[in-house]
Design a protein around this ligand. Structure first.
Ligand SMILES: C[S@@+](CC[C@H](N)C(=O)[O-])C[C@H]1O[C@@H](n2cnc3c(N)ncnc32)[C@H](O)[C@@H]1O
Length: 306
């Protein structure tokens, strides 16, 4: 999704950054922020980058193990302002009631069981506090691109497909490293059939790159495949097969994540239902957040009555 949606700006220039910055800068002095489903922590990172608000601090939770790579490079005084809580579900937050002035989540809360996560969110939010959420929108660019990328992944991973053809080529490539092996290969009808099949699939891959949307994954896999074949020739079939397995697992994981992304995206009715479940505590605004012409998500803002 990341490569596809194309360089989400790390500095968060543009409307997404504006949405978050305006929420952070409106906070009262020494406010505490909670980021739900923080991932690699882009929102805490943005918060810490606000030179005009060195008084803000942030807790960040996620179901996964968190180890944001950017954290180590921070000065200790900045690092102390953010606490990451790994393996911490949104449905069960380890904080006292009314702890936070602002609760945020970017493409995160909607992955949780909302019937339990929303009451938890409201429990830890102070009276008069605010909620800001950026949620997957069914017509958003990352969601639409995910469908294209899923189709490419299915094509790569299908039985008899490109990944299988790549695996079939590892033994012949290892053999081709020696003169004796090359002589054996010439008489090996099966190896010749594998090579022809691989060439056909390489051509099909190129056609998909030329015609399809979001071809990044195809280009990356083509490059990885050529490295794997070179590795088989250099270091043998077993070493290359281990690397192939790592590539396969990575592609299967990517496919799983993209399916998750699509299945947790919200149409307007679902976004309004989520807003209403929060809104008992105060008025809200819900609108598509756009960057240039593309919808990037649902922006939901709510202030809790004091
Ligand atoms: C698409 S990522 C978004 C991460 C981050 N907010 C960002 O903007 O890059 C979704 C995150 O939700 C987390 N997640 C999924 N279900 C969760 C749950 N029930 N409680 C907490 N985190 C959850 C995942 O581990 C993942 O890090």
């Amino acid at each position: 999704m990341h490569s596809c949606a194309g360089s989400y700006d790390e500095r968060y220039a543009g409307p997404i950054g504006d949405f978050w910055r305006s929420g952070f800068t409106a906070l009262p002095p020494a406010a505490r922020v909670l980021d739900i489903a923080s991932g690699n922590g882009p929102l805490p990172r943005l918060l810490l980058s606000l030179a005009e608000r060195p008084d803000l601090s942030c807790d960040a939770v996620d179901l996964a193990e968190l180890a944001p790579p950017w954290l180590e490079s921070l000065a200790a005084s900045q690092r102390d302002r953010v606490r990451f809580h790994s393996t911490c579900p949104a449905e069960h937050l380890p904080f006292a009631d009314a702890s936070f002035d602002l609760v945020v989540s970017q493409w995160g809360l909607e992955y949780s069981d909302l019937s339990r996560a929303v009451p938890e969110l409201l429990r830890v939010l102070k009276p008069g506090g605010a909620v800001r959420l950026l949620l997957h929108h069914q017509q958003a660019l990352p969601v639409v691109l995910a469908a294209d990328e899923i189709a490419h992944l299915e094509w790569l991973l299908q039985p008899g497909g490109f990944m299988q053809a790549c695996a079939d080529m590892l033994a012949p490539m290892a053999l081709a490293a020696s003169a004796e092996g090359r002589a054996r290969l010439q008489r090996d009808a099966q190896a010749n059939a594998w090579r022809e099949r691989f060439n056909v699939l390489q051509n099909q891959l190129q056609s998909r790159v030329d015609l399809g949307q979001c071809p990044d994954v195809l280009v990356e896999v083509r490059q990885s495949a050529s490295q794997l074949l070179a590795l088989a020739a250099q270091s043998g079939e077993a070493t290359a097969r281990q690397r192939w397995q790592i590539l396969l697992t990575g592609l299967e994981d990517a496919s799983f994540r993209l399916h998750e992304l699509r299945s947790h995206s919200l149409d307007e009715a679902a976004a309004r239902a989520l807003a209403s479940s929060l809104a008992a505590s105060g008025p809200y605004t819900l609108e598509p957040l756009r960057d240039r012409d593309a919808i990037m998500g649902w922006a939901l803002s709510l202030t809790r009555l004091p």
